[in-house]
Design a protein around this ligand. Structure first.
Ligand code: 5GP
Ligand code: MG
Ligand code: MG
Length: 179
């Protein structure tokens, strides 16, 4: 599986160092607030697990699954809720945990949904950000690493449902797409 990878962009250690920093910022900002931390499945599952360990305030977690991509490498622009939250968000401080922001379509849709459900506040933490590809105006409140305009896999992120288990983030060899 590692032989399909052309370049490693960020190692396991670099990712964990960044998550520690993000956790410290979030802990300071949410002191005394008991936030509801929402993981956007499936891509953010690994980030979510590592991040909440670094947030030192009482919190609750929930999961949401949305689809905007299918198996392609570009956004379809259509966002659908596949799995909704188990708990109400009304009156809660929400932290959305995303793997990567690309066009921004998925997140702007999610923020809108949560605000219409009367969340008290909604913030976004994204491990990776590709600002060059944005089609809607949206900046995460907390960002890990800024990436170039390339399709990446690993650390939760897939290509056709594969590579999510890689401990690092990398770029696939071009022949993987064409085969
Ligand atoms: P957006 O709506 O911002 O275009 O992106 C939505 C979702 O597409 C992201 O949360 C992520 O799951 C997926 N995505 C965006 N860019 C990449 C990428 O470079 N690699 C992978 N594997 N998924 C991506
Ligand atoms: Mg995602
Ligand atoms: Mg995907």
């Amino acid at each position: 599986m590692y032989s399909d990878i052309q370049d490693i962009l960020y190692s396991e250690e670099q990712i964990q160092d960044k998550i520690k920093e993000l956790g410290e910022c979030i802990s300071a900002d949410y002191e005394g607030k008991n936030p509801l931390v929402i993981c956007v499945l499936k891509g953010a599952f690994m980030f979510m697990a590592d991040l909440v360990k670094r947030i030192a305030v009482p919190l609750e977690i929930d999961f949401m699954a949305v689809s905007s991509y299918g198996n392609a490498t570009k956004s379809s622009g259509v966002v659908k809720i596949i799995k909704d939250l188990d708990v109400p968000v009304e009156g809660r401080h929400i932290i959305i945990v995303e793997d990567i922001i690309d066009s921004g379509l998925t997140l702007s849709y999610l923020i809108d949904v949560l605000e219409r459900r009367n969340a008290l506040s909604v913030s976004v933490v994204a491990l990776f950000n590709k600002p060059a590809r944005r089609t809607v105006e949206l900046e995460p409140d907390y960002t890990g690493y800024v990436l170039p305009d390339e399709f990446v896999v690993g650390y939760g992120l897939d290509y056709a449902e594969k590579y999510r288990n890689l401990p690092f983030i990398g770029i696939l060899k071009p022949e993987v797409y064409s085969s």
